[in-house]
Design a protein around this ligand. Sequence first.
Ligand code: PLP
Length: 254
Amino acid sequence: MVSIFDNLQAVKGRIQAACLAYGRDANIVTSCAQPSDACPPHTLCLLAVSKTFSADAVRQAHAAGQRAFGENHVQEALAKMAELADVQRTDGSGVQWHLIGPLQSNKSRPVAEAFDWVHTVDRLQLAQRLAAQRPPHMPPLNLCIQVNTSGEASKSGAPLHEAAALAHAVAALGHQRVRLRGLMAIPEPAPTLALQRAQHRPLAELWQLLRAQGLALDTLSMGMSDDLEAAVAEGATVVRVGRAIFGTRHSPVL
Ligand SMILES: *Cc1c(COP(=O)(O)O)cnc(C)c1O
């Protein structure tokens, strides 16, 4: 029997230990800042990746204080949102939904209408659609550019050499309906801490470059169950953790 409560404590302990080991002064939070109050320095958000797990698992994590949840598949996420309607609140104590899987343009409308964050923007046209479809009464949709840092053709994300131009173009869409918050990547699994750090570094370097160029980015989304220490060492502000919180995934990711 998996204890989601115990696992959450253990993951926070790992993040804390990594912060200590790599000299980061971090305040670990369970939901990501909304654009109205851009992320204070030193904040490190734990995003609980609930893909393939039940609404009840999300409910247990929420009861343990977790607020930010990541989903890969739009239909699956919408079904969970409907089941969890009773914990949706606008005061920050409800569930904050992050899309971390690839998004086809023809599925953008329900995402614009229901999610708080999209980590997987890989083309300008998608950001434009999300901006046009974000309901005016909602706060801006938070966006990250997904970057294909490994360079493999099979991987999603904007190519590294196009990502800076894309980030500037998305930032230029303004702050009313969407707001560019940062960058995200999913590097290849690697066996050692040194190799994992090397794989996270290009994203961190691009993030620093874009900030130096004047983009107000506060989010660097990288690190999962097996490499979160390496991501913390390289400056992640959001780590996306699934299995270490919810246990082994039995059903395939759609
Ligand atoms: C599944 C997934 C995660 C979490 O992976 P775990 O190994 O379960 O921690 C993080 N990010 C993305 C984009 C994912 O698809």
